[in-house]
Design a protein around this ligand. Sequence first.
Ligand code: KIV
Ligand code: ZN
Length: 506
Amino acid sequence: MIKIFDTTLRDGEQSPGCSMNLEEKLQIARQLDKMGVDIIEAGFACSSKGDFESVSKVAEVVENATVASLSRATKKDIDIAWDAVKHAKHPMIHTFIATSDIHLEYKLKITREECKNMAIEAIKHAKSYCDQVEFSCEDATRTDIDFLIEMVEAAIEAGATNVNIPDTVGYTEPFEYYKMIKALKDNVKGIDDITLAVHCHNDLGMATANSLAGVMAGANQIECTINGIGERAGNTAMEEVVMALETRYDVYKDKTNIKTTEIARASSLVQTITGVKVQPHKAIVGANAFAHESGIHQHGMLANQQTYEIMTPESVGFTKTNLVLGKHSGKHALRDKIEELGYTISDEELNIIFDKFKNLADEKKEIFDEDIEALMIGEMAKVEGGYKLLDYQTTTSEGKDSKTIIKVSKDDEETEVVGSGRGPIDAAFDSLGKLFGGSITLEDFKINSVTKGRDALGETKIIISKDGSKYSGKGLSNDIIKSSIDAYINAVNHMEYFSERRKEII
Ligand code: KIV
Ligand code: ZN
């Protein structure tokens, strides 16, 4: 069995614009647990108070999977990682140090010997807390192979149960990575007694191919993220490696524990929460992944599905029905629908969502799964105690600047500002810029329609930056000016919340 180590909440979150709040991370962690992930890397506990808090909470709610926190190879990091994961049913500390000469010389400024000693100390210290310890050789694919063999052997001797060989910069090629993993399997003492992991980045578009090459050479754990989100060009996409192993069992002769019918749900959850949509032709989970456009293909499909389909949409959880709740649906039906969509909801949250659902049902003829999801996500993006939009008014006409007046409140204090610009949204952002100070930059602004039709909800995602850090915000309304203002205010609320929490613990 090939273990799946999911790092959507850690490496995935390092992807620009993918930062998530606590409630959003918990929803994703529950879905990962439900779909059979073996190890969930919940974050990098020592990087900020916010990360510490989310790793601890994920550790509390996950029922089956092992929960890991990343930590550098220092005592202090490991202590904090342990503090965060210790309540998990199956805790793991994941410690790492770079092993390539370029990292040793320029980043860490230490010798190979010092690097090995630091790794041994770190693993032993982590072992004093917890049985499951993973050790990663950062930039392994640019590490001298003899030194890598020495490092992996030392890690196993020190007690690592899982050893990871990351292609940190997405540099390796499938054949080369195969050779590296095979060299470790052939030369490292004790390698068959531990779990050997592959962790690939997608800079050259090779992450899936490299991970599978590693498996062919004997690796038995794949590190990946949902939809392949991650630093730069991303990480190995979980759905791709899982379905490759399923579909080509004849080649790999091994599978994972993942319930493949949960893949579509997990992908949609991550897209909705992060606002980062996959491209239509994305393997396995893109909107066109199972669409057959050409007449020849359609004809073949009608005669026998297998002519052009190597796996079915149902096998990854795409269903044809996307029923529709209506005006007369009750709370019970709404709860069932929300749970079927994979979310966990408390009675108090259900009351809030139910009111929103009723308002929406008054305005919109049909309510689809996507609408319900959008309501959930809007609720999860909220930040307690932040700014609230009280009112806005806008005037706009052809050939003249628009004017938008915005009134907000915070801690019972109300403020009103007026701004102008080319169109009502530009004018609204001008007002908000004045309200929250000029040093905020609008980095990205997207409006998507959640479903079809002129009454569809408009979902706005905004990324702002201040002092080099980025923050995202979401807004939802069938009035796109309101959803844009809400998204901006939500981003500012996140900025205040995260900058408080981002203060380093160490
Ligand atoms: O890509 C990488 O090297 C990592 C390690 C920290 C495991 O993410
Ligand atoms: Zn990585």
